[in-house]
Design a binder for this molecule. Structure first.
Ligand code: 5GP
Length: 221
């Protein structure tokens, strides 16, 4: 069994994230054209805020609303025993009582920093769709299909780990990732208390990866 020290880490900088979002937003604006962002906290907060800046620039100068939900899979939260950490998605924050009203008829882009096992994204989508279904009960049955169809969900993650996923996304969900990465542990800048040191580690990670790549080429020659 691997221990924490054996897990390969990769440090990501604020600039890396900003540039991945800059590169990917035009496609998202054209294909999905979100009119509401739902950030999964805490990792989705910074990416959602940056994406709003680029969406505003690309589209009609409109500042999109960012709603926040809090989900936890890895971090200990009150009342959750240690054996459940990593298994079960826990809601730590959700939209208000008018969640369904807020979502119905919108093109909702869910934003998170990383798609690892996919459990969190799957949970978020399932639960947001339940809110939409609850809201639909307030409408005549004859109108529901059209209203449901006009409510679209998309996903943007800064990083998607290339690994077998443990949960599925509902069919038809538009999915965007800034970058596909190996199954390593990503260290994000907002988790660091010393950003200069974090950026140094990030530069070292890039150097080391380049050295390994050069060695691989030498071996092949
Ligand atoms: P998933 O449900 O896809 O397994 O995990 C999603 C959540 O787990 C992310 O929102 C994030 O909070 C956490 N997570 C998964 N992989 C990583 C990682 O490599 N680095 C960090 N910092 N958090 C991660």
């Amino acid at each position: 069994m691997s221990t924490e020290s054996e897990v390969k880490h990769w440090h990501v900088t604020y600039n890396n994230i900003h540039n991945l979002i800059r590169k990917n937003t035009p496609k998202i604006a054209t294909e999905f054209s979100p009119d509401l962002l739902v950030a999964i906290g805490g990792g989705g907060f910074f990416p959602a805020r940056v994406m709003r800046t680029f969406l505003r620039e690309i589209t009609t100068n409109k500042t999109l609303q960012i709603q926040a939900i809090g989900l936890s899979l890895y971090e200990p939260v009150d009342g959750v025993t240690e054996d459940k950490i990593g298994e079960q998605v826990i809601r730590t924050q959700w939209l208000g009582a008018d969640a369904g009203k807020m979502l119905l008829g919108k093109r909702v882009l869910i934003v998170d920093e990383v798609d690892d096992t996919r459990k969190t994204l799957s949970y978020a989508l399932t639960e947001l769709r339940k809110d939409v279904e609850t809201e639909l009960l307030n409408y005549p049955e004859v109108d529901r299909d059209a209203l449901r169809a006009s409510t679209k969900f998309g996903i943007f993650v800064v990083h998607n780990k290339n690994k077998p996923k443990l949960a599925e996304l509902p069919e038809g969900t538009l999915y965007y990732s800034g970058e596909e990465v190996d199954d390593v542990w990503l260290d994000y800048p907002w988790e660091s208390t010393n950003i200069e040191e974090h950026d140094k580690f990030a530069a070292l990670d890039v150097q080391n990866a380049a050295a390994v790549a050069t060695k691989t080429v030498d071996v092949r020659v």
